[in-house]
Design a protein around this ligand. Structure first.
Ligand SMILES: [Zn+2]
Length: 322
């Protein structure tokens, strides 16, 4: 099958009469994560029927970012779109074609809300935020305040930051030379990282488990709150979640599988608490793997290959939002 004969890319823009930010809201960046698609269609229907009015700025909706993955009802078409997301001169796989359409589109916007869902059997929604303001080489950024203010009105209470820096530390440990390092760091760029690289800010909202009927509701509430918060619609500004109700976590360290036979000693799920010294797994040679500090485990991957990410450890981040 030649996907170019079967698929096209679709975005719908609504532009208000008054000045305001250019917002882009996306679903199905991963094809089996459809809560955003459903919520976007619901909001578009409200606008098209006249019940909701874009008064200022503009909003672009992308109901399905990755149509091949969506048609397959799988995370990826040919590969994970949320890695190595750059325009490609010689597009090879389907996601390269998505990137050549999507990256310029992102570049025309100021704010991205990317709506995802997760695989874990349990767990509450959470939002992934970008770095603190910095002018470092990895991910320079100057919109920390606006980005975190937006995160706090989405309607969720759990926040995670520090992904790219932690991922980058893991890459540095694995890399043998600077060229390889740069290549692999580029590999860490997904939709939000690309958006920040073009001068905007961006959030990934994980709305709940893939099949949870509540997830499209979480996504819908986040879209409506975003439109109100950024004043694209005439609606009261949503109140930010109080600091004392937030659970903010920073990714601190990623541990790799060193050998394919390294294994967890129990079935971990994202956000499971771990105590300092608690055993997490065991290396192939029998060496125990223990938590070097207390916190929560994130993205444990029992099926990881040798020399790739096995699990992340986070710790509470009392600085978030202050
Ligand atoms: Zn996803």
């Amino acid at each position: 099958m030649n996907p170019s004969r079967q698929f096209q890319f679709k975005s719908v823009n609504y532009t208000g009469m008054a000045a305001g930010p250019r917002v882009i809201i996306m679903g199905a960046t991963h094809g089996n994560e459809v809560c955003g698609t459903k919520a976007i269609r619901r909001v578009m229907e409200e606008i098209d029927s006249g019940r909701l009015h874009i008064a200022a700025g503009s909003v672009t909706f992308v109901p399905i970012v990755n149509p091949l993955a969506y048609a397959k009802v799988e995370r990826s078409g040919d590969r994970n779109l949320n890695r190595d997301l750059f325009p490609k001169e010689n597009p090879q796989d389907f996601e390269d074609h998505v990137a050549n359409w999507l990256c310029p589109l992102l570049g025309q916007h100021d704010v991205l809300l990317d709506l995802h869902s997760f695989n874990a059997a349990k767990g509450e929604p959470f939002v992934m935020v970008g770095p603190r303001n910095n002018d470092g080489p990895l991910q320079p950024f100057k919109h920390e305040e606006q980005e975190r203010a937006l995160a706090r009105i989405l309607g969720v209470r759990r926040f995670v930051d520090g992904w790219l820096a932690t991922y980058g530390d893991g890459v540095k440990r694995r890399s043998r030379n600077a060229g390889e390092l740069e290549t692999v760091l580029r590999y860490g760029v997904g939709t939000t990282e690309y958006m920040r690289s073009t001068g905007g800010y961006a959030l990934t909202l994980e709305c709940g488990q893939h099949d949870d009927p509540a997830a499209p509701e979480v996504a819908y509430r986040a879209i409506m709150n975003t439109l109100a918060h950024l004043k694209l619609v005439d609606a009261p500004a949503p109140a930010p979640i109080p600091l004392e109700e937030m659970e903010a976590l920073s990714m601190v360290v990623v541990h790799d599988k060193q050998h394919a036979d390294d294994r967890f000693t129990r079935q971990w799920a994202s956000f499971d608490p771990v105590a300092e010294g608690e055993q997490i797994g065991v290396r192939a040679d029998g060496t125990p793997v223990v938590a070097e500090f207390g916190g929560r485990i994130l993205f444990p991957d029992a099926k990881a290959n040798a020399n790739s990410e096995w699990y992340y450890l986070t710790r509470p981040n009392p600085e978030f939002g202050r």
